[in-house]
Design a protein around this ligand. Sequence first.
Ligand SMILES: *[C@@H]1O[C@H](CO)[C@@H](O)[C@H](O)[C@H]1NC(C)=O
Length: 367
Amino acid sequence: MRRINTTIPLLSLLARISRAAYTLHDDYETTDVFFDRFNFFTDVDPTHGYVSYMNRSAATVRGLIEAMGSSVYIGVDAEHQASGSGRQSVRLTSTRSYGHGLFILDLAHMPASVCGTWPAFWMLGADWPNDGEIDIIEGVNSQSVNQMTLHTKDGCSIQNSGFTGSLEYSNCYVGAPGQPLNSGCAILSGSPQSYGDGFNNAGGGIYATEWKSAGIKVWHFPRYGIPWNIIIGQPDPATWGTPSAAFSEYCDIDNHFKDLRIVFDITFCGDWAGNVWSSGSCASQAPTCNLFVQNNPAAFKEVFWRVNSLKVYQDNARPPLGSPSAPPGYSSVHRAIGESVSRKDATPFTRPGPRHFRHGHKGRERA
Ligand SMILES: *[C@@H]1O[C@H](CO)[C@@H](O)[C@H](O)[C@H]1NC(C)=O
């Protein structure tokens, strides 16, 4: 009897070890170190937004970014009439790139659902669309639920099951016939707490993205519903239930996604928010999206990210695909070879058709 009593706990311990394999790989912290780990994109917005992306020193002086110790603030100019290329904001791209992993973002606040805005938290490769793109949090204007999207080269589709959200498009290929150009495969969250004001009114929450060969899944947890194993730093997706979005089945994930960098940005108008302006509820605010954004700084007071934590976990049992860190010298050239071919851009060499139709069809805005 004593032998059995000692054997059972040992077996269950072994079972636990073999399942909960995610361990912390990168913690972005909430001090100035956070901003050391991102490059500040300062080119013209590839998505044609009415925005002026600031470098780190200018963004600091103007109060657009701040590391507060327990959180990091990433915002926009909400004080001045905009001029030049548009309202001041930042676009951050992680210096590290990633393969398989579990990416857990805890936000106290995300950009509110404000006319003219187009915020996103996403992952982008250097060679678009061949390296793939994962959009984890994204929306425009007064949208009320989050949209999660993949953008890929040809040969990747997803099945309409295994998630709580609703499927908008199933083909992830940016040039898929029968879908708006570059719509990608997209899933809308079913939760009003997933985006903008609804997310913030719930006290923020967590977005957890699991990327492995079998598929890519996104979970959203409002503040009151965060799994205990996330809180204690031992995240176990197997216990989290059905995700908001799951991208799997008709896609060789490892052949369509590699070496992605984490991006935070807030742009205005442009290819999506601007293109749907006249057809949505924001149209009554101003004749054009740009005019609204230019002349109403106070409208953007709640348009900011407040990051409680950003942690990347990796499965120890399986080494990650792709490089865990940027190759030497990458950051100095990355704008040239990486950012200029983002999803939101796409050079004429990589993307068919006109450049300005991303999300450019009617009916995307959900007020
Ligand atoms: C940052 O931007 C400011 C204002 O746009 C500019 O004056 C400054 O030279 C830039 N600094 C660097 C390091 O590029």
